[in-house]
Write a protein that binds this ligand. Structure first.
Ligand code: HEM
Length: 557
């Protein structure tokens, strides 16, 4: 008893003398400390022992928000740093989702060559793309149907079509240079003065005009200036991480996205009805006319809304990819007068006429222009437009030990529900593979036995499989994969190549370029408003465990 007394007396004395805050103050204090407590709990949670077969988790302070800031700011730097610390396989938290990254050629092969039954693209991309592309196409249908839809489109991307597109693209660029206000000095034919233009805006416009004229058809091209561009822009603003996380929020961008989709879908379907009524559908030489003639394997023709939605998907899939590639190529060309000169000399060598002019390009000749070919390949090596390719694990998947393993007799297992992510750009700029990896150096592609040529050979000549839309590389271990691999490999590659080549040729023939400012760095940053939304959600959701702990503490008192 005496022992008890000697212990309790000093404590009870302290409690009696302490100044305790009133209840409202206590609640306020607790509220202020919730974020702090949630951070502490999150850090403690990360220190708990975990199964050694789980890939290491990238350390992060804020629960739910995870590594969103570092990944969103510069994914390449983020992946590179994580690779140095954790190896080729690691998991990071992105806005409440677990993303397991597998890097390097083996990592690309793991994700891109994975079986569809266990690694599904639609489970990741659908919330973002379905409201934009629309019903029953791409990721809003079984994967087998997507494979058929890719076959339908490929049928319309033939060499014959490409031959006719060459002249159309050339015409569009010439028309643009002749009329756009940014090229006033060119229009005045003043060869002694420099004009200037915003590279990305201008080349985005040229990209959409050339895609509309070739793939999308004359009705779309003719309506480009009459509201179609606004619809495109409203749809495009629905392509953000926020729209990926939440399919529907009561925000203007969501309302505009949905209204634009409805209008665009109806616009295409009206063209289909008009073409049928006037019997002109079969005379046009575009993707729509080709889709009107196709059938699924069970004999069913495509329904109008499916044709409309495939065309919307193609418009969106081809726009940023091509326009960013052309923009980076032109920036580098402007920055390297030697390559610019070589590109022009190449035009003179191949297409020069006795009277000092340049004749029209023929489709088959495009791939035989080594300088142009190297400039495009090098641009796609350093600036592939898609830095993260994702799939969702539908079951637990063991990671091949060659990619990384916790120990000799154990392997990592990606748990069911994780998103797996490959980032081919990491192997495309890996200094272990490429000399001066971060330098744009087209000449590296000239050497037929060099690293670049070998990488390209691996890309094009590996094991081929037909997933339903023609033979493609199965999922490849090449360090160069700008158009992806496996069943989701790009079907726009040849078209993009024609488009990018012809736009560069048309510009190089008519103008000389130099940079007005410093060479720009890639800007991956997300809209500021979105960051606030993520932080608010992070605070709310991560507060729950902290609130729970606080309630217990307060209850105990
Ligand atoms: C898929 C790159 C242009 C249509 C892909 C993928 C990549 C890619 C990396 C694979 C995505 C994945 O595995 O999740 C590029 C680049 C382009 C380009 C670098 C231009 C320089 C185009 C164009 C079109 C297009 C012009 C349309 C005309 C598609 C389609 C898919 C695809 C339909 C298939 C999606 C799937 O199966 O899930 N592209 N693309 N792309 N791309 Fe492209």
């Amino acid at each position: 008893m005496s022992v008890n007394t000697s212990f309790t007396e000093p404590w009870s004395g302290y409690l009696a003398n302490a100044e305790w805050p009133s209840t409202p103050r206590l609640v306020l204090l607790a509220l202020i400390n919730i974020p702090l407590l949630s951070i502490v709990l999150n850090v403690l949670y990360q220190m708990l022992p975990r199964s050694s077969s789980r890939p290491p988790v990238v350390f992060h302070w804020i629960p739910f928000f995870g590594s969103a800031a570092a990944y969103g700011k510069d994914p390449i730097e983020f992946f590179t740093k994580c690779r140095e610390k954790y190896g080729n396989v690691f998991t990071f938290i992105l806005l409440g989702r677990r993303i397991t990254v597998t890097l390097g050629p083996q990592g690309n092969d793991f994700v891109l060559g994975g079986k569809h039954t266990v690694l599904a693209a639609e489970d990741v991309y659908a919330p973002l793309t379905n409201p934009i592309f629309g019903k029953d196409v791409v990721y809003d249908c079984p994967n087998e149907s997507l494979m058929e839809q890719k076959r339908f489109v490929k049928v319309s991307l033939t060499v014959d079509k490409f031959r006719s597109y060459i002249g159309m693209i050339d015409d569009e660029v010439s028309e643009f240079l002749d009329h756009d206000p940014s090229f006033r000095i060119y229009q005045m034919n003043d060869i002694n003065e420099w004009g200037s233009f915003f590279v990305l805006n201008t080349l985005s416009e040229i990209t959409i005009l050339t895609a509309a004229r070739t793939l999308q058809g004359s009705e779309i091209r003719n309506n480009m200036n009459k509201g179609f561009a606004q619809l495109y822009s409203d749809l495009d603003h629905g392509f953000t991480p926020l729209h990926w996380m939440f399919q529907n929020l009561p925000l203007a961008s969501y309302r505009k996205r949905d209204a634009a989709h409805a209008k665009m879908s109806e616009f295409y379907q009206q063209i289909l009805r008009d073409r049928r009524a006037s019997q002109s559908g079969h005379e046009e030489d575009d993707v729509m006319s080709s889709l009107m003639k196709q059938h699924y394997r069970d004999g069913r023709p495509l329904r109008d809304h499916e044709i409309a939605h495939i065309l919307i998907a193609l418009l969106m899939a081809g726009q940023h990819t091509s326009s960013s590639s052309i923009s980076w190529a032109m920036l580098h060309i402007a920055d390297r007068p030697d390559i610019q000169e070589a590109l022009y000399e190449e035009q003179v060598k191949f297409f020069g006429t006795p009277d000092g002019g340049l004749r029209d390009v023929v489709y088959e000749e495009i791939r035989q222009l080594p300088v142009l070919d190297a400039a495009i390949r090098e641009t796609l090596r350093m600036h592939p437009p898609i830095h993260s390719i994702m799939r969702k694990a539908r079951s637990d998947i063991p990671v091949p030990p060659t990619l990384g393993a916790p120990s000799e007799d154990n392997v990592y297992v990606v748990p069911k529900g994780d998103i797996v992510l490959a980032s081919p750009i990491i192997s495309q700029v890996d200094p272990q593979t490429w000399q001066d990896a971060r330098t744009w150096e087209p000449t590296r592609w000239y050497d037929a036995d060099g690293v670049a040529a070998q990488a390209n050979k691996q890309y094009e000549e590996g094991v081929k499989v037909d997933f339903g839309f023609g033979l493609v590389s199965k999922g490849t271990v090449s360090p160069y994969l700008p158009f992806g691999a496996g069943r989701h490999r790009c079907i726009g590659e040849q078209f993009a190549y024609v488009q990018v080549s012809m736009i560069i040729i048309a510009l190089i023939r008519k103008l000389e370029f130099r940079l007005e400012e410093e060479f720009p760095q890639p800007d991956f940053s997300v809209d500021e408003f979105e960051i606030y939304v993520y932080l608010a959600i992070a605070t709310m959701s991560s507060s729950l465990p902290a609130v729970f702990v606080l309630v217990i503490i307060l209850g105990l008192m």
